[in-house]
Structures are given as structure tokens and as C-alpha cells.
Design a protein around this ligand. Structure first.
Ligand code: TYD
Length: 208
């Protein structure tokens, strides 16, 4: 969904588990707070009822494919209506840990037509100003998840991760707002690059 170009800023972080999204989001939150920029940080799956169900399914056993896809969409519809659109209308910087590109990549990897997933999402979800795609080779992602001591959940098996990475690469070719970052660079370097990119956009988006 296109939205007024002069209000708020919608920033999305995407990538496989282990790419460092959570660390980067914490860094961005600190910088936004220090700069006094009104902002909100959120994530998908959300902490709402649909999101909780999806999170539990990662360890307890995944929902049947069609039900899983519909639950991600229901979770996002609520997120867009209750948090994303109102925050943008207030002129805030909205930073999201995952958005509809995750549905295209992960449910696409599960066998759905990812272009159709994009069309369904774009009917109601505002298009972001920038997506930072933290790219990590699937084998490195698995090693990192292992080092963190987390059991590799069913969303993150190697063959599935490869399919996910492949769809992310196609998304990067399709959208000019996709900004690819090599997730193996240091956390400080990555944060600095994202911050510069946000700074250069804020003047165009009515964010002070
Ligand atoms: P994740 O961000 O890894 O949550 P956590 O806070 O538990 O680390 O998201 C959980 C999983 O959900 C992740 O492996 C990717 C998957 N996912 C999808 O399959 N489709 C989606 O649309 C989204 C948003 C996430």
C-alpha cells in the first residue's frame, strides 16, 4: 500500500535468524532516543494473540501451511491497523524486526507463491521506506544459532534456510528500497551504515 510520502519513516530489518537483527534494533533504538526522534520499535510475529501462537509453533510444531500463512497475515493486519499506521500518522520513525518480506521468504520457502504473498500483503500493508536485509549465508546462520545455544527450530533448518535466502535475494533485486548488508561485518559498522541511511531519509519524510 502506498502511503503519504511526507510523514513518518518506516524502517524494516530482515534476514535469517542469527543475522543480528535484535542487536541492530537495540542500537537503532539507542540512537533514535539520543537524537530525540519520536519512534516506536516493534516486531513480527507480534506479541498479540496471533503472534504468540506463531512463536509457540516454532518449537511445539508448526501449524499446517495454509493456516500458518493466514495467521501471519491476521497478525500483520492487526499490527498495521493498531500500531504501524497510527505511528506513521503521528510522524514517528517505526522500526520493525521483520515484516511482510519474511512471509514471502519463509512461507514462500514452504511452497507458496511468494509473488502472490507480496500482492496480498501490499493490499493492506504500507510499503516501507527502507528494508535493511542483513544477509548471512545459511550455514553461518546455523552455526550462529548453535553458538547462542538455541535449538534450531523448524523455521530454520538448513534446506529451508537456503530457500529463504534465495527468495530474499530475489526481493533485493525487485525493490529499490531493499538495502543489502553483509551481516558478517562488525555490529558497529552495520549500525553506522543503517544510521547514515536513516539520517539521509528523514529530511524527506517530515521526521524531525
Ligand atoms: P523471529 O523473529 O525469529 O522471532 P524470535 O523473537 O522468536 O527470534 O521469528 C520467528 C520465526 O517466524 C522466524 O524463524 C521466521 C518466522 N516468520 C515467518 O515464517 N513468516 C513471517 O511472516 C514472519 C514475520 C516470521
Amino acid at each position: 500500500m502506498k502511503r503519504p510520502a511526507d510523514k513518518g519513516l518506516l524502517v524494516v530489518l530482515e534476514g535469517v535468524d542469527g543475522a543480528g537483527k535484535s542487536t541492530q534494533i537495540r542500537g537503532l533504538a539507542e540512537r533514535l532516543a539520543t537524537a530525540g526522534m519520536p519512534h516506536v520499535i516493534s516486531r513480527e510475529p507480534t506479541d498479540g494473540p496471533h503472534g504468540r501462537r506463531l512463536r509457540e509453533s516454532a518449537t511445539r510444531g508448526r501449524l499446517p501451511p495454509a493456516e500458518e500463512l493466514e495467521t501471519f497475515l491476521a497478525d500483520r493486519r492487526q499490527h498495521v491497523a493498531e500500531l504501524i499506521l497510527p505511528s506513521l500518522a503521528d510522524g514517528k520513525v517505526v522500526v520493525l524486526d521483520r515484516y511482510y518480506f519474511s512471509t514471502a521468504a519463509y512461507q514462500g520457502a514452504r511452497g507458496f507463491d511468494w509473488e502472490d504473498i507480496l500482492r496480498r500483503n501490499e493490499a493492506f500493508a504500507p510499503e516501507p521506506d527502507v528494508v535493511f536485509w542483513l544477509e548471512l549465508p545459511p550455514t553461518v546462520s546455523q552455526e550462529r544459532i548453535g553458538i547462542r545455544g538455541e535449538a534450531v527450530n523448524d523455521f530454520e533448518r538448513l534446506d529451508a534456510l537456503r530457500a529463504v535466502a534465495d527468495i530474499y535475494a530475489q526481493l533485493a533485486g525487485r525493490y529499490s528500497f531493499f538495502h543489502r548488508l553483509d551481516a558478517r561485518r562488525t555490529a558497529e559498522e552495520l549500525l553506522e551504515e543503517m544510521w547514515q541511511s536513516i539520517q539521509s531519509r528523514r529530511a524527506f519524510c517530515g521526521v524531525n
